[in-house]
Design a protein around this ligand. Structure first.
Ligand code: CTP
Ligand code: MG
Length: 229
């Protein structure tokens, strides 16, 4: 199949705070978005890499130092919700791409080996996600009181890329739209069609930069990697 990847960078990054939208915040002197794009471009299987940014950030995007790669498309303009941004990215993909990967720019440390594994599973099964097994015991809590203990072995933390046959994902997105359903990831939309979503174990290092401490951790990991070289 012909694979394309949508790279979501149109959020504001409210929880990270700071003066720049999250995707344009720096990690080791380079923006999260530039890092994510470089990581995805290093996977040769993608024939199209589609960034999605906010209309307010087009100047910031133009100022990024990005690899010269003909697979890197002009940015699409995102929407108010993550799901709207995915829809904008999907609409910008040429028709020949029938396998679509969706990735959060905030997961800027994604590894090419994980990308290859989830793309392969997505092609084979129709829907596949990277996910990490949960390490802690999980409690369901209401008003500060534990209601139950979940079976940890059954719980995984969803990551991106998430990869789908394009026609299947388009159907899932359309159903979510007509039902007024907003998901926090893309697999949820496909699950709502009753389709199985295949899980590929991802690296713990593929965490999403959400809070200031996540950025601080990514900085420490980067330093450690540079020192180890
Ligand atoms: N995203 C997007 N369009 C939106 C909302 C989010 O493209 N309307 C993207 C973000 O840029 C991010 C990814 O979706 O790369 C995951 O979202 P999240 O981590 O929630 O990022 P933000 O929405 O930017 O952060 P916050 O929720 O803290 O404001
Ligand atoms: Mg958000």
């Amino acid at each position: 199949m012909n694979s394309a990847v949508i790279v979501l960078a149109a959020g504001r990054g409210e929880r990270l705070g700071g003066n720049t939208p999250k995707a344009f915040a720096h990690l080791g002197g380079k923006s999260l978005l530039a890092r994510a794009l470089e990581g995805l471009l290093s996977f040769p299987g993608f024939g199209w890499v589609q960034p999605v940014v906010s209309a307010d950030d087009l100047d910031r995007y133009a100022a990024l130092a990005l690899p010269r790669d003909r697979r890197l498309a002009e940015p699409a303009i995102g929407g108010a919700e993550r799901q709207d941004s995915v829809a904008a990215g999907l609409a910008a993909l040429p028709g020949e791409f029938d396998l679509v990967a969706i990735h959060d720019a905030a997961r800027c440390r994604v590894e090419p080996g994980d990308v290859a594994a989830v793309v392969q599973a997505g092609e084979e099964y129709g829907a596949a996600i990277l996910a990490a097994p949960v390490r802690d015991t999980l409690k369901q809590v209401d008003n500060g009181v534990v209601i139950s203990t979940l079976d940890r072995r059954a719980c995984w933390q969803a990551q991106t890329p998430q990869v789908f046959h394009r026609a299947l994902y388009a159907e899932a997105l359309e159903k979510a739209r007509s039902d007024g359903f907003l998901g926090t990831d893309d697999a949820q939309l496909v699950e709502r069609l009753g389709m199985g979503v295949h899980v590929v174990p991802g690296s713990p290092g593929n965490f999403k930069i959400t809070l200031p401490e996540d950025l601080a951790l990514a900085e420490r990991l980067l330093l450690a990697e540079e020192n180890a070289r």
